[in-house]
Design a protein around this ligand. Sequence first.
Ligand SMILES: Cc1cc2nc3c(=O)[nH]c(=O)nc-3n(C[C@H](O)[C@H](O)[C@H](O)COP(=O)(O)OP(=O)(O)OC[C@H]3O[C@@H](n4cnc5c(N)ncnc54)[C@H](O)[C@@H]3O)c2cc1C
Length: 326
Amino acid sequence: MSILVWIELNDGRVVTNCWELLAKAKELAFELETTSAALLIGDEVDEAARMALTYGADTVYAAADATLSRFRLQPYAALAEQAVERAGARAFLTNGSIRGGTLAATVACRQKAGIAANASDLRVEEGELVAVRTIYSGNIRAELRFESRLAVASVRPRSFPMPEPVGSSGAIEMLDAVLDEDEIREKVTDFRAAEVGEIGLTDAHIIVSGGRGVAADPPKGFELVGELAETLGAALGASRAAVDAGYIPYKHQVGQTGKTVGPDLYIACGISGAIQHLAGMGNSKIIVAINKDRDAPIFERAKYGIVDDLFEAVPALTAAFRKRLA
Ligand SMILES: Cc1cc2nc3c(=O)[nH]c(=O)nc-3n(C[C@H](O)[C@H](O)[C@H](O)COP(=O)(O)OP(=O)(O)OC[C@H]3O[C@@H](n4cnc5c(N)ncnc54)[C@H](O)[C@@H]3O)c2cc1C
């Protein structure tokens, strides 16, 4: 019996949210009087497997093969099932990324297990695992209990604090790559990385987002929002209104039909705080809103609010942060 966590690799590097999830798994395992385990799949996994031991895995199940260099559902799901069996897993947890969500859903279907998709919290109650997820654009908090032998959950990135690595006496067990290249139906024909230096929204500790409030001069507005983001080492986000108006590409969209994020700090510039936007960023630890309308709904969720024109307030903040961080 164990709580098994898939450690997602992106271009050979661990997606750091997975360490947060692994540390949580360790905590749950302790309460359930069982063990924690990690699953690593890739072409080169030695270093990541050793790190998994320091982040709380009692056992690491690892598969290393050239066929596994990039995520493909067919071989990854087969290996995940092999690890679930070997670990006698009571729960299988993945990062709530597109890959993690797909893998969790596939394993749940094949194992006839209950699944909590995009959960925002996990806890133990009366010896049972409980998953929490928000539904209806964040209006309802649902608590899910599992009736199946195996519980599966994909978990929103950055739902738990980042742990410190510690020493470990765990073991690494190698899994057999179960499929040959000829048997794998999915083929990766091309791979394009995001622009160099660009910070991914889902991984970001700080996000600065712009909305329709930049409409008076969109290029200038997003230039100012971008400068603030760059100064803070933050990712650049946007509301759907800004994306739909063509001010910024879709990959920056936060919200119900964009990315779900959970940074330590979210600075919303000229964003009203529609429920569909809040659905994607309401889990942010601290929200700062800059809006010239003091009645904008975003102020109800913000810890700090600046009632001002963003064309004035954003460059002033950037200048202040530059001075402070210099
Ligand atoms: C099915 C569905 C899915 C959706 N999915 C998403 C989603 O994923 N993400 C998302 O964001 N939205 C989504 N929406 C759209 C959502 O309902 C809102 O329309 C959108 O979030 C509004 O974006 P906004 O806050 O930038 O614009 P607005 O609501 O127009 O707000 C602009 C704000 O800027 C302020 N402002 C104007 N000028 C300035 C200035 N110079 N300085 C400071 N403040 C200023 C205004 O006071 C206002 O509060 C979805 C809608 C639907 C129906």
